[in-house]
Design a protein around this ligand. Structure first.
Ligand code: AMP
Length: 498
């Protein structure tokens, strides 16, 4: 029987699911016997690392504890830890290694793992995730967008009865995505996707900390000073969870100078303080419907994913914007279960047991490009413009070739650029330049020499760009990879000039 894992490597929590002997996804409990593991890595020394709950518990009072690093994947961010610098990629690799080792201790080597990523993750962040998985010792790995995985889990849980267009509202610990998917039984096709990269449960925790601090000030008549009180982010998160089922919670703060300070926190106060956050999610949903040209009455249903959907105000917002009750079926684990199902879909069928094959063979799946990708070229007036090669929303995998021409006689350098943007954009200053590499050209040629540019975007959502000067036949291949070293912003580690 194949060992197939789905890993929801979330900003604040990590959840792992596997395909069981009957072919159904089941959540794998972590080393503490829990379904949900805090995404946290703590260094006790240069060599000793603690992962998960224990690390999270240390987070408020130690320098070498790292959480929320997913938000910085694929960027140049790095942190000092015992004489070296660690990147979000390093931290993700440590987290994934622990997950792999724990899963393998119970069920033998992993045959295939699927890691979920936010739909709006940049190309560099996707590459960094794949590299982290490789360093964690996971052999064969694929990725899937989180909302799509959730849709797959819901379609599977409905017993193949899902039919029509669904919205997937995914509010996790650190990111928010909303997608439109068409489901026909176990056949799931992503139609549109949009996200807010820095919006999640974490932002609600921050607001709640402010509320608790204000309560402290009201009770004792002075500000809460750093180190004075033992109420930290982890406590705020737990309080937020309790406020999802209760109207108010009484917290007994212990202050070094004032002793026991009782503070009552009401759900209404949290809701008032987080109205702006909820409104951002609502606006993104309205934007998706508008841009996809779909009226909300055309939806067959709304799926929720991400633990932060447990907040009543979030559910009310979903109802408001989509005009219907969302389906709430284990939103915290839906993404991991969907990822495990996708692992079964991508696995070599010969590896699956007959029962696993029977339960998962009906899965069909179609994902789309989450960004526009293009290159910079001169227009007729000699002005630089962004030329889109792969459009957001195109079905994956996609490979497209366009021909461009050199601009000047005896042009000796061709600047090969790859751009990424959220909307179709011709202004170069409005797009993200993800790679820029210079290709030397032979001397003495007239202008207008053709250069063939091929962009390919694969099923894991990773982009590859090839620039080929047809005169010499020499291709310059840019494989977009994250350096993960904290150096610079150029996410190119391998450039081939054959
Ligand atoms: P995810 O990344 O999807 O696991 O979502 C994690 C986020 O969901 C974190 O911000 C959690 O604090 C939040 N969360 C989990 N359970 C609840 C709950 N009962 N009420 C409010 N937020 C929750």
């Amino acid at each position: 029987m194949a060992h197939l894992l789905g890993i929801d490597l979330g900003t604040t929590t990590t959840i792992v699911a596997r395909i069981d002997a009957s072919g159904a996804p089941e959540v794998v409990r972590d080393w503490d016997g829990q379904e949900v593991t805090p995404t946290a890595v703590a260094f006790e020394s240069a060599a000793a690392v603690v992962i998960g709950r224990e690390a999270r518990a240390m987070a408020d009072d130690a320098d070498h504890v790292f959480t929320e690093f997913k938000r910085d994947m694929g960027t140049g961010v790095s942190h000092p830890a015992f004489g070296r610098r660690v990147t979000p990629l390093d931290l993700s690799a440590l987290m994934l290694r622990k997950v792999r080792e724990h899963a393998e201790a119970g069920a033998g080597p992993v045959d295939l793992a699927v890691i979920t990523i936010p739909a709006n993750f940049t190309n560099a962040a996707r590459e960094a995730t794949l590299e982290a998985a490789r360093r964690a010792g996971l052999g064969k790995v694929h990725m899937i967008n989180e909302p799509t995985a959730a849709a797959l889990a819901y379609a599977h849980a409905s017993g193949g009865l899902a039919e029509g267009l669904y919205a997937v509202f995914d509010l996790g610990g650190g990111t928010f995505d909303v997608s439109l998917v068409r489901a026909r039984g176990m056949d799931v096709e992503v139609v549109f996707t949009e996200g807010v990269q820095r919006l999640g449960g974490k932002d609600f925790d921050t607001k709640l900390l402010d509320i608790v601090r204000a309560g402290f000030r009201e009770t004792v008549g002075e500000e809460m000073r750093p180190g004075d009180c033992d109420f930290g982010r982890a406590d705020a998160e737990e309080l937020k969870h309790r406020l999802s089922s209760r109207e108010s919670v009484r917290v007994a703060l212990r202050s070094a100078r004032h002793g026991r300070v009782p503070v009552t926190v009401r759900r209404a106060a949290l809701e008032a303080a987080t109205e702006g956050l909820v409104a951002q999610a609502e606006m993104a949903c309205e934007g998706v419907l508008l841009r996809a040209g779909i009226d909300r009455s055309a939806l067959s249903g709304v799926f929720l994913a991400g633990g932060a959907c447990r907040m009543p105000a979030v559910r009310a917002a979903v109802e408001r914007v989509f005009g219907r009750n969302p389906l709430l079926r284990d939103p915290d684990t839906a993404v991991a279960r969907g990822a495990a199902l996708y692992a079964a879909h991508r696995a070599n069928p010969a590896l699956l047991s007959p029962a696993q094959r029977r339960r998962t063979s009906a899965i069909r799946f179609q994902d789309i490009a989450p960004h526009y990708f293009g290159t910079l070229a001169m227009d007729e007036d000699g002005l630089l413009e962004n030329s889109v090669i792969i459009a957001k929303g195109e079905k994956l995998p996609v490979s497209r070739t366009r021909t461009y021409y050199t601009a000047e006689p005896d042009q000796r350098i061709l600047t090969c650029e790859v751009t990424q943007s959220a909307v179709a954009e011709s202004d170069p200053s409005m797009v993200l330049r993800v790679a820029e590499v210079e290709m030397p050209l032979p001397p003495g040629r007239p202008a207008d020499q053709p250069v063939e540019v091929t962009f390919s975007y694969d099923l894991d959502g990773v982009m590859r760009a090839e620039f080929k000067d047809l005169g010499t036949g020499r291709p310059l291949v840019i494989e977009l990879k994250s350096e993960g070293s904290g150096r610079g912003s150029l996410n190119v580690s391998r450039i081939r000039l054959d």
